[in-house]
Design a binder for this molecule. Structure first.
Ligand code: TXA
Ligand code: MG
Length: 344
């Protein structure tokens, strides 16, 4: 049985938080909102509890979990934060940014996958923070999606994926950002996964340049990369999905050469969708205003999930500017398309 608890996202009701926290304290698993995506969490110090997350998600055992904390002191109990970075981290947390640091003490192998490092984040979501505080323990939580599927950014999707497979699901509506946190490897000062906390913001907060490479952009998927999760296929809808690089006008011209107009769906900004549906007559999934990349990010995973419900032959998704949160959007799109590009 899964208990579903509706909790107010901005002023969480204490009695309801206590109910959910009880599941964590007793070694259960709880799906909860963060400002990025929903997470599927357990007591990070309880290996047996964390093992249940892997079972529910069908997640490969060598993919470590992010540990969520509610204070810097809690973070320091499990990880070693280099002195040169600690002040900046204290200033920017809570926020959608995760740091990979050396472990301070032995953590369950389910959390670290046997690595000597641990990834830690303090989420900027009142429900997540209150849940951690009430549970009194750090909460290990990957994104709330079965392995390889697009992540749940709202409780309804989490319920569709996990009803009957977890102890409790907290329903606090849609998350704020819609893409997962930025992950920083502090040792190399490099971005392993781009997210809502942007390159520009990181460089301002730390006063130095951060490394952005093809792994950050999601252009390569390599075995044995430093972040185990980057080698697995991610976010993919069942429907084959192709990336179209370039202006919609070019796509419309290219499509003149094929006779499958009615059998695909175009995913993109409201503006591009309108152009496509007028010129080509295909079905479309609108992600938001082209000028508001935050809106596009927020709707991206919902759009990928919707594609499968349309039962079309294939999908074509447009590319976005890689500035700011656009870097995270394009990283997720490259992974969702498994690097397949649309060419007529
Ligand atoms: O926004 C988020 O970060 C969400 C919410 C729930 O907080 N969580 C999330 O977790 O996206 P997950 O497990 O889906 O992605 C975490 C990524 C994985 O690719 C994993 O391999 C990597 O972080 N990771 C975790 N610990 C690591 C470590 N010690 N070294 C390198 N990579 C690590
Ligand atoms: Mg994930």
């Amino acid at each position: 049985m899964t208990e579903i608890i509706k909790i107010n996202a901005t002023s969480p009701e204490e009695a309801k938080i206590s109910k959910a926290a009880k599941y964590i304290k007793e070694g259960g698993i709880v799906i909860f909102p963060t400002e990025t995506v929903y997470g599927i969490g357990a007591d990070a110090l309880n290996g047996d509890a964390c093992a249940k997350i892997f079972k529910a998600k069908e997640r490969p055992a060598d993919n470590p979990l992010i540990v969520h904390v509610s204070s810097f002191e809690m973070a320091e109990e499990i990880g070693v934060f280099p002195k040169e970075y600690a002040a900046a981290i204290k200033k920017i947390w809570p926020s959608p940014i995760t740091f990979i640091v050396k472990t301070r003490k032995e953590l369950p192998k389910e959390v670290t996958a046997g690595l000597k490092t641990v990834s830690i984040r303090m989420p900027a979501h009142p429900v997540a923070l209150d849940l951690i505080k009430k549970a009194g323990v750090p909460i290990a939580a990957p994104s709330a999606n079965p392995s390889k599927k697009p992540t749940a950014t709202n409780a309804n999707q989490a319920i569709k994926y996990f009803d009957g497979k977890v102890d409790c699901i907290i329903d606090s509506g849609h998350t704020f950002f819609g893409v997962e946190s930025t992950i920083i490897d502090l040792e190399r000062f490099a971005i392993l996964r781009p997210g809502p906390f942007t390159v520009e913001e990181i460089e301002k907060a730390f006063g130095k340049k951060i490394k952005v490479d093809e792994i950050t952009r999601g252009e390569v998927t390599v075995e044995n990369t430093i972040s185990p999760g980057t080698k697995y296929q991610h976010y993919a809808p069942e429907t084959p999905l192709f990336l179209f690089n370039g202006a919609v006008k070019g796509l419309i011209e290219d499509l003149d050469n094929i006779d499958e107009q009615q059998e695909f769906c175009f995913i993109g900004s409201n503006q591009s969708c309108k152009e496509m549906s007028k010129a080509v007559g295909c079905s479309t999934i609108e992600l938001g205003n082209k000028k508001n990349l935050y809106e596009i990010a927020k709707n991206l995973f919902d759009g990928l999930i919707m594609l499968d419900s349309l039962k079309v032959k294939f999908g074509i998704i447009e590319s976005f500017d890689e500035a700011g949160i656009g870097l995270a959007i394009m990283n997720r799109i490259r992974k969702a398309t498994s690097h397949k590009e649309f060419k007529a």
